[in-house]
Ligand binder design. Structure first.
Ligand SMILES: Nc1ncnc2c1ncn2[C@@H]1O[C@H](COP(=O)(O)OP(=O)(O)O)[C@@H](O)[C@H]1O
Ligand SMILES: [Mg+2]
Length: 254
């Protein structure tokens, strides 16, 4: 956590929740999201419900275009639902202005995007440190915390490499380190193994397993069966709502 007034950062370690503490950290009810394209409305989320407990790892699959990224953007406060209610860590996000949403995003959430989105010609260390700029952390602390995060993903020795000097799996691990550097409670992960070979996929899964064991909450989108099986719970997005993976209603959307 960072002291907002002094910019001091005392790398507080993530405090794993008590096993009996069944707190719902993401609570979405009846979410609606419709895109407007020309004269047409494209409804994507149609009354979607999702509750995720603290420390839980949820995997969401669904066909291309079913709205998985849209859902992750809404859950991650990068986009707003047009209707429904969304409580994040108990806070009704519809009550927040832009600054409030940005603050919550910074404090609570870490993103790993489908395409890792690393800045080119920028070292792994600087890439990982970037989110801390928005938290007002001073540079020396940013670099120290970024080094720690790179250590967590096993890339301490690649700190000075640019993305084009890294393998696909290493780039994805840098992206995960960037998501972790702010010590978020919830990780939102879009297709973490999308373009990776088997070895790199195994590395990323091992890493996510470890983060889950440490008590992080993970919401992950994937269309890979082996990857989804690592989660505690599997859901399928179809017709704008989530179906339990093993339910009859899920079958039509797999
Ligand atoms: N910014 C946008 N404007 C208009 N339509 C969009 C926009 N983003 C996504 N869509 C449409 O919404 C649907 C869901 O997209 P997306 O959430 O990216 O699906 P997925 O991640 O499951 O492939 C698609 O039909 C897509 O074309
Ligand atoms: Mg997508």
């Amino acid at each position: 956590m960072v002291n907002e007034t002094t910019g001091d950062s005392k790398a507080e370690l993530y405090d794993p929740p008590n096993a009996n503490d069944r707190e719902v950290v993401l609570d979405a009810r009846g979410l609606l999201r419709t895109y407007r394209r020309g004269q047409f409305d494209v409804p994507v989320l149609k009354g979607l419900d999702l509750q995720v407990e603290r420390g839980e790892w949820v995997a969401c699959t669904g066909r291309s275009g079913s709205g998985k990224s849209t859902l992750l953007n809404v859950l991650g406060l990068l986009d707003s639902a047009d209707g429904g209610r969304y409580l994040l860590a108990g806070q009704d996000v519809s009550q927040l202005d832009d600054a409030g949403r940005a603050g919550m995003r910074n404090q609570l959430l870490g993103f790993v995007f489908q395409l890792h989105n690393l800045l080119p010609r920028t070292t792994a260390l600087e890439n990982v440190a970037t989110p801390l700029v928005y938290r007002g952390v001073k540079r020396s602390d940013r670099l120290r915390l970024a080094r720690e995060a790179l250590g967590m993903v096993g890339l301490a020795d690649r700190a000075d490499h640019d993305p084009n000097e890294l393998s696909g799996g290493q780039m994805q691990r840098v992206a995960i380190a960037r998501a972790l550097v702010g010590d978020p409670e919830v990780l939102l992960v879009d297709e973490p193994t999308g373009n990776l070979d088997l070895t790199a996929t195994a590395e990323i899964l091992g890493l996510l397993d470890r983060l889950h064991d440490q008590g992080r909450t993970i919401v992950m989108i994937t269309h890979e069966k082996d990857v989804a099986e690592h989660a505690d719970r599997r859901l399928v997005l179809g017709d704008g709502i989530l179906h339990d993976f093993h339910s009859e209603s899920a079958e039509a959307h797999k």
